[in-house]
Design a protein around this ligand. Structure first.
Ligand code: 3H9
Length: 700
């Protein structure tokens, strides 16, 4: 055995226990230990073998930290076939999350029992992979082809009851898992239960048409990704090939995925997301403040969505507005959002009601006196926000956290409006706030450590992915976006149509093209933000020229059914508008811009390298703690494709020397105002290194 796996013979049952915290990942020590224990169990007096795990979960998958390193024997597929070919019945006892390679171990066992609270799944696709230890061959044999396709291409776990209904789990148990599993093993031994080899089951066949339909659905749902299509190929092989050949097909395609840049990008995202929760200079045991009651100021779209997050997580919320009318509008937005959630199957009617009832309305600041946290979400005006914080300073209890949802304003100046700047922090939600995963947590100069630690933990509690940002105009996400958006709009003025720009970016993998995003967010939002800035800080006036004119024509985007595009009032489908094209050509002429053909590779490079270059400056200034944090911001907040790993990972994957060469080319062609290479980019290229290695040495 190894330190990660122990074996004992108890009442005729050979019990193999995996104990490899935190999630019992299948490291080399676990695979070796399982191999050794299986051998021992087959040589002693045991009549059945039980595989069970210590700690919080059954095996949660292959050890992702070993990927990319030379593989060491025993390999997982071989171990799975050793389990299946064992001379005695093997039973898996599942709790927690039996995922990926862990679930494949269970599928190789002859019987599976699970606690009702357990979840099972094959999430490899989320790492740009496919199940590589028989998952694509054994799942369709047990659950049928369609269920296997849904489970493996989505990567989403299912609960034990669903797994049992699909035939993936045989027996649900309650109470103490070990006791219940031992008792069931005893029953199986008593009735001389046979060894049931999953590989020997027949696979039901489905028609080619169904598979073709599945592939065409995936072409939309998983645009640009390779793993989901290889998964369908493997499941098809389970239908058309004998088990050993099917396994060979799976192996070949697994290796292709493992060696793909897409999987490297998605594995990077897995670790970046977990790392982004760590705050440099803050110990893990920093005390946290209790948050039971939350105040939200402003019942617009943002404030209402923000309030729902806290109510959904079981907290009491007071929503404050200046007038009864505005308050009632906000409460209606909330009611509508809950109805939407019921329709989408997010929660039941009763749950929605309970959550809604946790949100009380008020027009009195005194109602916030006992709130543990207040989030201000009024429109972007520094003076107004400072007035609100001065008022909160007078009203709120000692120790309350005072947060602003500002997208752009200086959190230090907002904090300075209070006598307790250490309690002030930025919590920047993304619209729609009750749905989007990203939360930028803005650490101001005087924000106390326990305030920051509390907000990071709270973010997790309300289901967000938090990323810490320092204070600067637009923080991490919107500061970078202003460069991306500038290039998108300059491409339009210089000769590309809005559709050409959006299509190029969507085909590259962005969830939505930039101009369609502007229309969705409301062109008036950017317009007002620009008007609020001194002229010399409004950026390249050529870039916003078309958007400003559209707003002045009353075309504010989707909400007015017209912006860069025209929108169908019912379906919100966008269509191009000749009127906008004529406007673009007029404005270009007025600006003296000679229009030309711009190909999609120039569009993509200008927009994405503008992000990478600004991201480098943000890292250099310490606004972001590490490059991976920026990637998390972009993937979770801006629709950047996870399979490209976020802008900073993408820059590294392309090669920083290539990025710098293109940035310098753009500087020559378009001027140094918009294209000054980041000093960190120049330094890393001069040093012959990349961002990943630099981050390992410089960012904790
Ligand atoms: C696979 O199995 C391939 C096979 O088909 C074929 C092979 C041939 N490996 O998420 P948490 C770490 S692919 C290594 O914060 P939670 C994680 O980094 C794999 N480490 O906890 C973190 O470390 P740290 C298929 C792993 O309770 C710590 O554990 N499996 C792995 O919120 C705690 O993680 C998956 O994709 C791993 N597999 O969630 C499952 N998993 O503390 C991936 C976790 O240093 N894992 N760590 O930051 C998960 O989805 C979640 O971690 C889980 C727990 C739901 C298990």
């Amino acid at each position: 055995m190894t330190s990660a796996v122990s074996y004992e013979l108890v009442d005729e049952i050979g019990v193999i226990t995996v104990d490899n915290p935190p999630v019992n990942a299948l490291s080399h020590a676990v695979r070796q230990g399982l191999h050794d224990a299986l051998r021992a169990a087959q040589q002693d007096a045991s009549k059945a073998i039980l595989i069970i795990c210590a700690g919080r979960t059954f095996i949660a998958g292959a050890d992702i930290t070993e990927f990319g390193k030379p593989p060491q024997e025993p390999h997982l597929p071989d171990l799975c076939s050793e389990i299946e070919n064992a001379s005695k019945p093997v039973v898996a006892a599942l709790h927690g999350t039996a995922l990926g390679g862990g679930f494949e171990v269970a599928l190789s066992c002859h019987y599976r029992c699970a606690l009702a609270t357990a979840k099972v799944g094959l999430p490899e696709v989320k790492l740009g992979l496919l199940p590589g230890a028989g998952g694509t061959q054994r799942t369709p044999r047990l659950a049928g082809v369609r269920a296997a396709l849904d489970l493996i291409t989505s990567g989403n776990p299912i609960d034990a009851a669903k797994a049992a209904s699909l035939g993936l789990v045989d027996h649900l148990v309650e109470g103490d898992l070990r006791e219940a599993a031992m008792a069931w093993c005893g029953e199986l031994v008593a009735k001389n239960a046979p060894r049931r080899k999953t590989s020997e089951l027949r696979v039901e066949t489905i028609s080619d048409g169904v598979l073709a339909e599945y592939r065409s659905k995936l072409a939309k749902r998983a645009r640009g990704q390779i793993a989901p299509f290889k998964i369908v190929d493997c499941v098809e092989a389970a239908m058309t090939q004998p088990f050993p050949e099917g396994m060979a097909t799976e192996r070949k395609k697994f290796i292709e995925c493992m060696q793909s840049p897409q999987s490297a990008a998605m594995r990077h995202m897995f670790f970046a997301e977990r790392k982004s929760a760590r705050i440099r200079g803050l110990s893990k045991d920093t005390p946290q403040r209790d948050i039971g009651k939350v105040g939200v100021i402003g019942a617009g779209t943002m404030g209402s969505g923000i309030a729902m997050n806290f109510a959904n997580a079981g907290m009491d919320v007071v929503l404050l507005e200046v007038s009864d009318e505005a308050l009632s509008n906000g409460l209606q937005i909330i009611a509508r959002n809950y109805v939407g959630g019921i329709k989408r199957g997010k929660f039941t009617e009763a749950e929605a009601l309970e959550r809604r009832e946790r949100i009380a309305g008020t027009t009195e600041y005194s109602s916030l006196a006992d709130a543990d946290l207040v989030v201000e979400a009024v429109f972007e005006n520094l003076g107004l926000k400072q007035d609100i914080f001065a008022e909160l300073d007078g009203v709120c209890k000692k120790g309350a956290i005072l947060a602003t949802n500002t997208s752009y304003q200086d959190v230090n100046r907002i904090a300075a409006a209070t006598t307790r700047p250490e309690d002030v922090i930025g919590l920047h939600f993304f619209s729609p706030a009750h749905i989007m995963k990203l939360l930028e947590v803005v650490r101001a100069d005087k924000t106390a450590d326990d305030v920051l630690a509390t907000c990071m933990a709270l973010a997790k509690k309300i289901g967000k992915t938090p990323v810490v940002s320092g204070v600067c105009y637009g923080f991490i996400g919107n500061r970078m976006l202003s460069h991306y958006g500038r290039e998108a709009q300059l491409c339009v003025i210089e000769g590309a149509t809005p559709e050409a720009v959006d299509t190029a970016m969507e085909q590259w993998g962005m969830a939505m093209g930039p101009l369609a995003v502007f229309d969705l967010a409301g062109l008036d939002v950017g317009y007002k933000a620009r008007q609020g800035l001194p002229e010399d800080q409004r950026g390249d006036p050529r870039a916003s020229r078309v958007a400003d004119t559209l707003v002045e024509m009353g075309r504010c985007g989707q909400k007015t059914s017209a912006g860069f595009y025209r929108y169908d009032a019912d379906t919100r489908k966008r269509t191009s508008d000749p009127e906008v094209q004529a406007l673009i050509e007029r404005e270009a002429e007025a600006l003296g811009v000679k229009r030309r053909d711009i190909d999609s590779s120039e569009i993509v490079d200008r927009l994405i390298f503008a992000l990478v270059n600004e991201g480098m400056k943000i890292i250099d200034e310490g606004i972001a703690q590490r490059p991976g944090d920026i990637d998390v911001v972009y993937v979770y907040g801006y629709g950047f494709p996870a399979f490209r790993g976020g802008p900073m990972h993408y820059g590294d994957a392309v090669g920083l020397d290539q990025v710098l060469a293109r940035v310098n080319e753009f500087r020559q062609r378009f001027g140094a105002d918009n294209w000054s290479p980041a000093p960190l980019l120049e330094k890393l290229v001069a040093d012959g290194t990349n961002l990943t290695d630099w981050a390992k040495a410089n960012c904790s």
